[in-house]
Design a binder for this molecule. Structure first.
Ligand code: FE
Length: 196
């Protein structure tokens, strides 16, 4: 169960499984709701911003993050296992040559633990269908104008896999401490629809 990719038929089946487990005493009354509430309450773009800022100041962390994000974010006390099942996280980093942007073409899968609930535009049919066909055009509408030589990679999330973008560190921030760097990172930056 992902919270996404559901239909009313699936919801009904999930409810009947919950009721069965509760009747057998395998699950406390309301445990699933409680776990999901905890999961949602902990999710905030502040988490994603902390990850990006750490990657900017610590090249070793950045390397571990890109290789195995699920393990690396635990170094910051964060996890993708807050729900009922750990979601696989892949983190991609923007460079001069490549800009990354995240979408869920099927519905609205999103790294809630790191970014909080997703914005309305992320779930919109217009964004989901167009960002794949014309990423440069969609980014332009978000005010992101990329040089022609910058390649754009679009990452399509799913029920099992979530993506997050590490924006490029802004120029002139060499002297800023990590905490202030985190303050520069926006939710859109972590999705790829803003530069930072
Ligand atoms: Fe989805």
């Amino acid at each position: 169960m992902s919270g996404d990719h559901t239909s009313s038929a699936v919801s009904a089946r999930v409810r009947s499984v919950e009721a069965f487990l509760e009747s057998r005493g395998l699950l406390d009354d309301g445990e699933i709701d409680r776990r999901i509430d905890e999961f949602l309450a902990g999710g905030s773009p502040v988490n994603g911003a902390r990850i990006a800022a750490r990657a900017w100041v610590d090249p070793g962390f950045a390397e571990r993050l890109l290789a195995d994000a699920n393990s690396a974010i635990r170094e910051l006390g964060l996890t993708m296992a807050g729900g009922l099942q750990e979601q696989r996280l892949k983190v991609v980093a923007n460079t001069v040559d490549e800009h990354n942007v995240v979408v869920c073409t099927l519905c609205s899968c999103y790294p809630i633990a790191l970014l909080g609930p997703s914005p309305g535009w992320y779930k919109s049919e217009a964004y989901r269908s167009r960002v794949v066909r014309d990423p440069r055009g969609v980014l332009r509408e978000f005010g992101v104008e990329l040089p022609d030589r910058t390649r754009i990679s679009v990452w399509d999330a799913s029920a099992e896999s979530r993506y997050m973008v590490v924006p490029r560190r802004p120029a002139g921030t060499e002297d800023l401490p990590e905490e202030q760097l985190a303050g520069l990172v926006t939710r859109k930056g972590l999705i790829g629809t803003a530069v930072v």
